[in-house]
Design a protein around this ligand. Sequence first.
Ligand code: URA
Length: 212
Amino acid sequence: MKYSDNCTVVDHPLVKHKLTLMRRKDTSTASFRALLQEISLLLAYEATRDLKLTEELIETPMAQMNAPVLEGKKLVLVAILRAGQGILDGMLQLVPSARIGHIGLYRDPKTLSAVEYYYKVPNQLADRDVIVCDPMLATGNSAVAALTRIKRSKPGSLRFMCLLACPEGLANLREHHPDVHVITAAVDEKLNEHGYIVPGLGDAGDRLFGTR
Ligand code: URA
């Protein structure tokens, strides 16, 4: 379902049900982790919808045919540390040959802007389709910084996949990267004064890694 020019909400009963389980504050770490993996796989189906195809001559046991196969270089998935790692596991079930990158950012307490502390992506991003993953699109500052950094390598296409977004994060992304489409399971009401999504699900990293 199209939410706005730059955002698609995956409108599916399984996604909605699993997201509700994740939001519950008494959901265990193990369940949260498994559910994130399951939802990510379902979101990945939508996030990869536009991948280009070519045809290859194959032989079935019955006949030859020109059959569709993915065109071009392998897809690249980039996780924003640390919670983005939780999305990768589900996506890799669907696209096991994808190449993986990681980007680490922290928020400068004085300026509140995102500062990069780690960046490791596959060597040649040029012309590849890249999907950046982070469960929560909150202020959008990390997403904007990650996308800006990745664009320096001139990827063929760039998308952003998250579990939850909010209007403020989507507006920030649209302002800085109007060309990047967001795929999410839901768009929540708002950000609170601490930069958390409301009603949200709390701190995705803490819930995923059991550090709360
Ligand atoms: N990061 C989170 O983990 N949760 C939020 O609500 C916002 C940012």
